[in-house]
Design a protein around this ligand. Structure first.
Ligand SMILES: *[C@@H]1O[C@H](CO)[C@@H](O)[C@H](O)[C@H]1NC(C)=O
Ligand SMILES: *[C@@H]1O[C@H](CO)[C@@H](O)[C@H](O)[C@H]1NC(C)=O
Ligand SMILES: *[C@@H]1O[C@H](CO)[C@@H](O)[C@H](O)[C@H]1NC(C)=O
Ligand SMILES: *[C@@H]1O[C@H](CO)[C@@H](O)[C@H](O)[C@H]1NC(C)=O
Ligand SMILES: *[C@@H]1O[C@H](CO)[C@@H](O)[C@H](O)[C@H]1NC(C)=O
Ligand SMILES: *[C@@H]1O[C@H](CO)[C@@H](O)[C@H](O)[C@H]1NC(C)=O
Ligand SMILES: *[C@@H]1O[C@H](CO)[C@@H](O)[C@H](O)[C@H]1NC(C)=O
Ligand SMILES: *[C@@H]1O[C@H](CO)[C@@H](O)[C@H](O)[C@H]1NC(C)=O
Ligand SMILES: *[C@@H]1O[C@H](CO)[C@@H](O)[C@H](O)[C@H]1NC(C)=O
Length: 892
């Protein structure tokens, strides 16, 4: 997120509203997650019971309100919130705690918000339950997300997830939904385990009120996610991808939204200890670092043998290097999104008959004016379903009187609906029906044409079917009823533009340490699934939140076929068989970059049966400064015959992180570069005996002639084609520039001393702030006039961000500490900040630094230092630094 002056009005509120913690999150989730003031997670070396741990705190004069007992086999610790920061300030206490011998690590508790998935539509439960099914349900799985990922082929063979335990971490579940348990929760039910970790009022800041029941009828996200995996037979005719799995739900968001790292850590650990075979979470927050406490926990669970899928995030608009936690954890499968090839539309149902035959159902979208009850034959303006000019001009002389027909015509961008309507009305038409590829997004409004009494729209598929019947000379009669006597049905129309391509919203990797993220992609754009009955029963949502559970279900199906749940094997077979997609933003046909789609669209059947196993899922060649000149992998042949594999390479588009002349990373669609890497192999062909394995070395030459200062990220796919027909690929990426030398980590235009009364404008040099003598570092002076504010815009993430208070001329009266070669009186509260994404911070100073000692009146300056990527935190020279304008502080 980048600061913009338009945030100013909002910020004025935020300054007053949110006390203490640095304000990280002003208008949406792309900024760094805010911190719960005074709250910490500690990890201990060994388990101690709560009384003994809190006893130690009390003995150290730290009074804490207990949050969560995080005592698990893979993580032993506590979360708590300091009670009294007025004489024992939070940072001082945290420092004290981190020095306690039993403590391994202390982290501030970050809040997490629900992913911002797009709600395309939400059904009306009563209407949906009346819906008639257009086509007779067949045993065949024709649900497009399943067809795209080959789930249909595994279903055909009888794989439905039986016996696999899948734990979901989300907003809870409406298990009263007929497709999700019909009121049954607990042993023997579809959702047989899990709990509510938060209660109905948790907002991330207050104390959670856990209970055993993860029921949700207020949020909906978790119910949608759950249906993607496990929906049972329902009136809309789709099923989950693993409908026979044993499901668990851990509710981490209440009805008011907002969760936090300690809740997520508890949920993952509980899901692990309850024996989940696979854990999935469609939750995240911008990071790019694997050291976040939550990512640390998920990595440990993966290392302990339980695969975890986490949504990559919906922040694609932010361009490269925006990887989200906990998806950015090593070994964690970060799932990107592909747009569905069919857009499910919620339509009104009506019927038609052909040649006096029995009535068939069709779906249509209401126009304006709405229809009354009519039963009339169709008359088509043209019998060409590609026509771009239906009724754009006056109809020919010999056109019959159209008053006794419903007139069918194609929506076109060449003329407006009302022009088409007027031209048919001139021939007597009163009722009209358009057909279009996107019937729900282009509502017909023709109320300008008074002769028209009813207007509507059907899908292009429906329109085409009618036209071909008419062309065969078969009369088609539509029976349309008024709005009050209709029921709803779901009918899909094809997405001919973006269907099957990578979703624009999907978050880009790699991590700041150039780890390959995301791993692969699954359909997440325009996905139909269940929704709480109280909210309508069914909905279409778009987000990586939808791609992630489908991948978890696919892991379950593959594990059934392969008989293993090993996270590394599953990641490798899924990645090597995934299908890379072309870049959606131009017609060049070049492949979309690995940092956008990972290995590409998951292919469940191929992954389940592939007998060629690669030793790596992906390869990072790192940046130029840490360039990996050769990487090895092995090809294992589990098949009954010797196989010769041909090694090759297909490059994806190279993308620049920055636009020329800009220091903030470019927004989507990123600027592209024309050069790509070349790869050499130790052998261009290798023969692997049945049951054997052969090592291969790959030696990359990064693209040349590119502007390294713009951090180009190159990527592509190593192809491995076997004589047995196996076709595999390994996604790779690298940076053709130095991460350490990233041009400007601090934005000089947006890193300055502000005044709390007007924080987004630089304060003049030598300004004097008159503030009340501070009682503690995190007290915000209540007046809007005058306290110093440090405004910091990070263009690049950093492992360590410092903001120290440096005395300028205090006549030698101040006590200072040397920090990286500079005498300081302490740091601005909440600094230093570890593992920051690229984001902005706006932080106060009231005269008391983090050490709890008010500075004497005098002249000071904020000194900001950002550790370069791959820099050494102990080395002064490894920081980019910026000294802000000097100011004077005087106590009122
Ligand atoms: C916090 O500490 C101050 C000073 O010792 C004391 O006056 C106050 O009562 C304490 N507040 C709480 C909630 O413990
Ligand atoms: C359809 O039914 C109508 C009235 O019942 C009749 O006049 C017409 O001939 C029939 N058309 C065909 C093709 O059977
Ligand atoms: C329209 O049709 C419906 C269903 O057949 C019927 O219940 C309703 O009364 C009709 N409305 C009018 C105005 O005739
Ligand atoms: C539709 O096609 C038929 C031939 O299949 C042709 O005779 C007829 O004129 C066409 N109608 C229109 C409106 O173009
Ligand atoms: C790239 O090199 C840096 C510095 O050695 C290292 O910390 C990082 O893990 C490397 N990244 C990868 C993906 O190998
Ligand atoms: C790859 O294998 C070759 C030959 O076995 C070896 O010399 C080389 O050091 C290996 N490279 C890496 C990066 O492990
Ligand atoms: C392997 O097959 C893929 C597609 O199936 C193709 O794009 C690639 O060029 C092939 N590689 C070699 C080395 O033939
Ligand atoms: C700020 O104060 C310093 C020290 O008193 C002085 O040297 C400098 O010129 C002042 N700057 C401005 C812009 O007044
Ligand atoms: C320095 O400290 C002494 C004793 O604490 C005090 O008398 C003096 O006023 C201080 N000087 C300044 C410039 O703050």
């Amino acid at each position: 997120m980048r600061i913009q002056r338009v945030l100013l009005p909002l910020l004025g509120e935020a300054l007053i509203g949110i006390a203490s913690a640095a304000i990280h999150d002003l208008n949406d989730a792309v900024a760094a997650a805010p911190i719960v003031p005074g709250a910490y997670i500690v990890e201990l070396h060994d388990h101690q019971d709560a009384d003994s741990f809190y006893g130690d705190l009390a003995a150290a004069n730290v009074e804490a309100e207990r949050r969560l007992d995080l005592s698990y086999s893979l993580f032993k610790g506590y979360s708590f919130r300091l009670k009294n920061v007025s004489n024992d300030d939070a940072d001082v206490a945290a420092q004290k705690i981190s020095e306690m011998p039993k403590v391994r690590k202390v982290w501030p508790v970050r809040m997490r918000s629900l992913p911002k998935d797009e709600v395309v539509w939400v059904g009306d439960g009563a209407a949906a339950s009346l819906a008639l099914k257009r086509r007779q349900e067949s045993a065949e799985d024709t649900f497009s997300p399943h067809v795209l990922t080959q789930v249909d082929k595994l279903r055909e063979e009888g794989f439905t997830g039986t016996g696999v335990r899948i734990g979901i971490i989300d907003t809870g579940i409406d298990y009263k939904h007929p497709a999700l348990g019909n009121g049954c929760f607990g042993p023997g039910c579809l959702f047989s385990y899990g709990s509510d970790l938060v209660g109905d009022d948790y907002n991330g800041l207050n104390l959670p009120a856990p209970d055993p029941d993860p029921y949700d009828n207020c949020e909906g996200h978790g119910t949608h996610v759950a249906g993607i995996i496990a929906a049972q037979v329902n009136e809309l005719g789709f099923l989950g991808a693993a409908p026979d799995a044993t499901m668990g739900m851990y509710r981490v968001f209440s009805c008011v939204g907002g969760s936090s790292d300690d809740i997520l850590i508890a949920a993952f650990n509980q899901a692990y200890e309850d024996g989940s075979d696979i854990i999935t979470a469609s939750v995240g927050g911008p990071s790019g670092w694997t050291e976040d406490p939550w990512a640390v926990v998920v990595q440990r669970i993966v290392e302990a043998g339980v695969p975890c899928t986490v949504s990559a995030g919906n922040e694609g608009s932010n361009g490269l290097f925006f990887a989200s936690t906990a998806a950015n954890g090593k070994g964690v499968a970060a799932v990107a999104s592909i747009d569905n090839t069919e857009i499910p539309n919620l339509l009104i149902s009506a019927s038609f008959s052909v040649d006096n035959s029995s009535e068939e159902v069709f779906g249509w979208e209401l126009g304006n004016p709405a229809y009354t009850n009519v039963s009339l034959p169709l008359w088509a303006v043209s019998n060409n379903t590609e026509a771009e000019d239906d009724a754009c001009d006056s109809l020919p002389e010999d056109t019959p009187d159209l008053s006794g027909y419903i007139v069918l015509m194609r929506q076109t961008s060449n003329c407006a609906f009302y022009q088409q309507a007027q031209n048919v009305a001139d021939k007597g038409a009163k009722n009209i029906m358009f057909y279009s590829n996107s019937p729900t997004t282009a509502q017909v409004y023709v109320a300008y044409v008074p002769e028209i009494l009813g207007a509507g729209m059907v899908t292009a598929t429906q329109g085409t079917e009618w036209i071909s019947l008419l062309n065969e000379g078969k009369p088609v009669v539509l029976h349309v009823t008024d709005e009050d006597h209709t029921s709803k049905l779901v009918e899909s129309s094809p997405d001919t533009q973006y269907g099957g391509l990578v979703s624009a919203f999907t978050t880009w990797g790699p991590t700041w340490e150039v780890d390959v993220k995301p791993q692969f992609a699954a359909p997440g754009g325009n996905i139909l699934s269940t929704y709480p009955l109280d909210l309508g029963g069914y909905a279409v949502l778009s987000g990586t939140s939808m791609a992630c559970p489908l991948t978890a279900a696919i892991y379950a199906l593959i594990s059934q076929v392969r008989g293993t749940l090993d996270p590394s094997i599953l990641e490798r077979v899924v990645s090597s068989t995934a299908s890379p997609k072309v870049w959606a933003e131009d017609a060049s046909g070049r492949l979309a970059p690995v940092p956008q789609q990972g290995g590409g669209l998951v292919q469940a059947f191929d992954a389940a049966y592939m007998t060629t196993i690669l030793s790596v899922a992906s390869i990072s060649f790192n940046d130029t400064a840490n360039f990996i000149p050769s990487a090895n992998f092995s090809i294992q042949n589990l098949g009954p015959d010797d196989v010769t594999y041909e090694l090759g390479h297909v490059a994806a588009i190279t993308m620049y992180t920055f636009e020329k002349g800009e220091i903030y990373p470019a927004y989507y669609p990123n600027p592209t570069a024309d050069a790509s890497a070349t790869l050499e192999f130790s052998d261009s062909k290798v023969t692997v005996p049945a049951g054997g394995s052969v090592d291969v070395t790959v030696m990359p030459t990064p693209p040349s002639g590119l502007d390294e200062t713009l951090l180009p990220v190159y990527s592509g796919y190593i192809t491995i084609n076997g004589t047995n027909g196996d076709s595999l690929s390994i996604p790779y990426l690298g940076v053709a520039g130095s991460m350490y030398s990233a041009p400007k980590m601090l934005d000089p235009d947006w890193t300055f001393l502000g005044n709390s009364s007007n924080p987004l404008n630089p304060a003049p040099e030598n300004i004097t702030f008159v503030v009340p003598f501070p009682a503690n570092p995190t007290d915000i002076p209540s007046t809007r006039t005058g306290s110093p504010v440090a405004v910091i815009q990070l263009n690049v993430g950093t492992r360590l961000l410092r903001c120290d208070v440096v005395p300028l001329d205090n006549s030698g009266n101040v006590t200072t500490t040397e920090v990286l070669g500079v005498q300081t009186v302490g740091s601005v509260p909440n600094y230093p900040i570890e593992y920051s994404p690229r984001t902005y911070y706006i932080s106060w100073f009231n005269g008391m630094p983090d050490n709890g000692v008010a500075v004497p009146e005098g002249r000071y300056q904020f000194l900001v230092r950002v550790l370069r990527i791959f820099g050494d935190p102990e080395k002064e020279g490894d920081y980019e630094s910026l000294a802000m304008a000097p100011f004077n502080i005087v106590y009122s």
